[in-house]
Ligand binder design. Structure first.
Ligand code: DQA
Length: 145
């Protein structure tokens, strides 16, 4: 099983970016943590971050036929990106949307996810653990097919 982790804009700043909301771990810390979890689960992963919407769209398109599933934190694009939503619908790769913070307890504009309807489900509010929960969710979903 091969899973692609996609990370949207400003997640490269994790560790120093609003730690009260997003915690003190860097994206590299989270990646290393997920790599260990994935090895234990016998899953192959790739981890990618971009601040550019089109690069995330390209990655989703290129994932077809390569990855069994996607775990994605679209970050701010969650709330704005028809392009990412359409890319997910276009490739039909099962995707779990994840967020570090609980987007439903924050500003009204964050409560709306344009990307979640293109996903099998959403995990939000568990800090770095949302990444691990996302991995478990996509693994169990794919195994149940
Ligand atoms: C986020 C929540 C988004 O609203 C925000 O724009 C982010 C991070 C999260 O992981 O909590 O950049 O996706």
């Amino acid at each position: 099983m091969k899973i692609l982790f996609l990370n949207g804009p400003n997640l490269n700043l994790l560790g120093t970016r609003e730690p009260d909301k997003y915690g003190s771990q860097t994206l590299l810390n989270i990646e290393n943590f997920i790599r260990k979890e994935a090895v234990n689960m016998g899953i192959e992963i790739d981890f990618y971050q971009s601040n550019i919407e089109g690069e995330l769209v390209d990655k989703i398109q290129q994932a077809k036929g390569v990855y069994d599933g996607i775990v994605m934190n679209p970050a701010a694009y969650t709330h704005t990106s028809v392009a990412i939503r359409d890319a997910l619908l276009g490739v039909c790769i099962p995707t779990v949307e994840i967020h570090l913070s609980n987007i439903h307890t924050r500003e009204d504009f964050r409560k709306i996810s344009l990307t979640a309807p293109a996903c099998i489900g959403q995990i939000t509010g568990f800090g770095a653990n949302s990444y691990k929960l996302g991995l478990i969710a996509i693994k169990d979903y794919l195994n149940s097919l």
